[in-house]
Design a protein. Structure first.
Lengths: 314, 314
């Protein structure tokens, strides 16, 4: 599988875990990770890119495995000072995480692009695979809810995903361009992997960029279900399916991606759904898709790459 | 002296010390501190107001007495992370200090003025006297040197005041307005005290705002010499006098302020200069002007206020 080239689309924690697994299995020139940036936001005047940070911290081995966000061995001195000053504390900012946001914000202010900055961060953190933001343009997820239209982090972190979802908007997506290298990586790839990230708010924003959607249509796309049984491992994907009127399941994920994907990788426990998913003209690869620890990530990635390799070679 | 109303003009450390002394001696409605903001700058995208912070931290009792800047019991986690990321480390940013800059930057970004923010900070830090930035407009000190034109913090902190001074510019001053409350405080005062701050880069920027300069001309102005013998207690004032072609001394300070001031408060050790200063039509009050500790600040402030009180009452 040395000549296989893979592009993975990723959002937050689930995406970061599989990205880490793929990085264990593939050579650095075989893998490009394209990361959602539509939940980026500005907080205390700082530009924060939660998904890029989660992916990069995970690949660098400095992510906090307990929380799914932020850094290992983090301290909270600035955050405590902000709390003492009566500032909003719904978005937690660790000290070393804050340094990332400060540098990113400063460099954006100086005119550098998010993709240049991300490349430099990867270099600094010893990440040798290519990690690309989906776009250098500002694209912002809005969540339409029964409590009004909310910016994504307001819904996700501040409101704790409590409001009932009515729909989504990816503001700025229509006129946005993919970041440099994104279309090239897709063009040169044999296979696209959609990581087990939230379809609604991690993957759909990437697909909302017209040129990326169009480029993917000519490629073999393998998605890993973020749903096992009727539940997500982490995050609100199952709740979102429910509120959008679709009972959450691996089949619902297959229907969500539809013709875009050629194969859905689902959990052993969802084996009973194989026939129904295949009837949607989507193949299935059934295995243990739960990533409990770092070796699990490598194990799942290896199985997926072997499956893709066999698939590509017919 | 209960009906005396005083306005003090202050820059960094020397200004903060005397402001603290005056706050010990006067009632909160008798004192307004107007602070230089021309050495404010943007660093890591954050708006930093060194003189306002030094004055407020000192009045709040949280200033670091060792350094003259920053806070007591400070930690450096973010700064160490920034250093690890290879970022410029010539301007030190402690964790709790950083929280101040984050909140100020966020609120400026939201459209609040520096004077509103400063008022709220004072409320939060239990400072009951009025502290006003000289202006809500951006005014920036440039230092002309033998190594080119330098932004103030570049000269002061990064270059450690090493380049030879040729002159100064307070960019934006001509068209600037005093912050709300500044002219009112001056109008209602019986006396203006120019703190022992650097005449060239702490006090001159305040005087460079046309309406402030004009308002002061109708008032009794008492300046405290920042120079004892031929030296400053802290900072580059003596070096600046020298490089501007004037041997540094209390007399040089008197000449610098000229007709603006009615009295110069000088150190016992400079008693020999009394006659020469008086010949400039500037009175002298001679005492121990060195503020070694907090009680010294109160002692000097009390002596100055008693002197002013006697002066005002003729």
């Amino acid at each position: 599988m040395a000549d296989l080239k893979v592009v993975a689309l990723a959002g937050g924690v689930g995406g970061a875990k599989l990205a880490d697994g793929l990085a264990q299995v593939l050579q650095h020139d075989q893998l490009t990770i394209i990361v959602n940036t539509a939940d980026d936001f500005t907080h205390f005047g700082l530009r924060i890119s939660p998904d890029l940070d989660t992916v990069c911290y995970t690949l660098a081995g400095v992510a906090n495995p307990e929380t799914g966000w932020g850094r290992l061995n983090e301290t909270w001195h600035v955050f405590e000072s902000l709390q003492e000053m009566g500032m909003p504390d719904w978005f937690q900012l660790g000290d070393s995480d804050l340094a990332t946001h400060l540098v990113r914000s400063m460099r954006l202010h100086e005119g550098h692009t998010l993709s240049q900055i991300t490349q430099d961060f990867c270099g600094m953190w010893g990440i040798d695979i290519k990690v690309l933001p989906m776009s250098d343009d500002v694209i912002q997820t809005w969540v339409y809810t029964n409590e009004g239209d909310l910016e994504f982090q307001e819904y996700f972190v501040h409101q704790g995903c409590r409001p009932i979802i009515k729909g989504f908007k990816f503001e700025g997506a229509e006129k946005s361009k993919p970041a440099p290298g994104v279309l090239e990586a897709i063009d040169q790839s044999n296979a696209i992997i959609i990581c087990p990230s939230n379809p609604w708010v991690s993957i759909d924003p990437i697909l909302s960029i017209p040129n990326i959607k169009a480029a993917l249509e000519n490629h073999l796309v393998f998605a890993v279900s973020p749903i096992i049984g009727s539940r997500t491992i982490k995050g609100p994907a199952a709740k979102m399916f429910m509120e959008m009127g679709v009972p959450p399941s691996a089949k619902a994920v297959a229907q969500h991606y539809g013709r875009l994907i050629h194969c859905l990788i689902i959990d052993n426990s969802d084996n009973a759904l194989v026939k129904e998913i295949n009837e949607l003209s989507i193949r299935t690869f059934v295995t243990d898709i739960l990533m409990r620890d770092r070796s699990d990530r490598g194990r799942l990635a290896r199985e997926i790459i072997e499956y893709i390799n066999a698939y590509v070679r017919g």
